[in-house]
Ligand binder design. Structure first.
Ligand SMILES: Nc1nc2c(ncn2[C@@H]2O[C@H](COP(=O)(O)OP(=O)(O)OP(=O)(O)O)[C@@H](O)[C@H]2O)c(=O)[nH]1
Ligand SMILES: [Mg+2]
Length: 241
């Protein structure tokens, strides 16, 4: 199976080289794209320099910080238009919250699905070192998204995912209005409305050990606002087409 992995980064200099190192150890037929928003800590430069001899690792440098979701979308577009044909495309965070070893779980299960989400809320899942606040907020966000969007999934906001190439090709990225974490829910909802088969795998989620968080209240507010109107906008759109 030929796979592609999109890794959005902002100030991940302390993580990116080790993470790509661990991914390479999996020995898969794999291209990796780091989408960096001109991180002040030099993430893009470090990634480029460290892997300049590896022709499967690419860095897409954007000039301004434009959000995790928009970085992933640019990454997906890159892999959907580079002339190569992948079986599936992954997205994952750079801060080791997403264990590279879980990729094998996704690959075992993806033949039966169109898209798989690494979930923190299945019986075999585990969350390590998350504060009570973060846990409560994540639960609330998932409850709210579930109430409005009603996709049969347990984790709307974990950015560890695997999409079949053709499924991602069918997503209308122009319709995605926000740029942060909520893009995860927007893309899942589009895929759900197209009647694709979405599954989940249990993941081990570990709170970041190195580097600083990019999550802030502005993003959280953006996410709640967007979830509230998303269902109605997309359903209306589907009805009109
Ligand atoms: N390119 C790009 N990547 C981003 C941006 N914001 C966050 N990221 C990356 O997206 C991933 C998730 O962001 P995190 O900062 O880990 O957010 P979080 O997981 O909610 O919060 P913590 O893990 O607690 O820090 C990481 O790989 C970040 O480097 C952004 O604006 N642009
Ligand atoms: Mg994180």
């Amino acid at each position: 199976m030929k796979i592609a992995i999109v890794i959005p980064t902002f100030n991940e200099a302390k993580n990116i080289v080790d993470l790509i190192g661990e991914l390479l150890e999996l020995n898969l037929d794999m291209d990796i794209l780091v989408v960096d928003d001109n991180s002040p800590d030099g993430t893009a430069e470090i990634a480029k320099k460290s892997f300049k001899k590896n022709e499967n690792i690419f860095v897409l440098l954007r000039q301004n910080k434009r959000g995790r979701g928009s970085a992933c979308i640019d990454g997906f577009k890159y892999f959907l238009s580079n002339g190569k044909r992948y079986d599936c495309i992954f997205e994952m965070d750079a801060d080791f919250s997403h264990d590279p070893k879980d990729i094998s779980l996704f690959l075992e299960k993806i033949p039966k699905y169109d898209m798989l989400i690494g979930s923190r809320y299945l019986q075999k899942s585990k969350i390590i070192n998350w504060s009570l606040n973060r846990r409560a907020f994540s639960k609330l966000a998932n409850f709210y998204a579930g109430l409005l969007l009603r996709i049969p999934i347990t984790d709307y906001t974990n950015g560890y995912r695997c999409y079949r190439y053709n499924v991602l090709k069918n997503v209308d990225f122009n319709f995605v209005k926000e740029s942060g974490y909520i893009v995860l829910a927007e893309i899942a909802y589009q895929i759900f409305l197209k009647a694709y088969n979405i599954g989940e795998v249990p993941t081990l989620f570990i709170n970041r050990k190195r580097g600083i968080s990019n999550l802030n209240f502005r993003e959280i507010w953006q996410a709640f606002k967007r979830i509230t109107v998303l269902r109605f906008e997309l359903l209306k759109n589907q009805f009109e087409n």
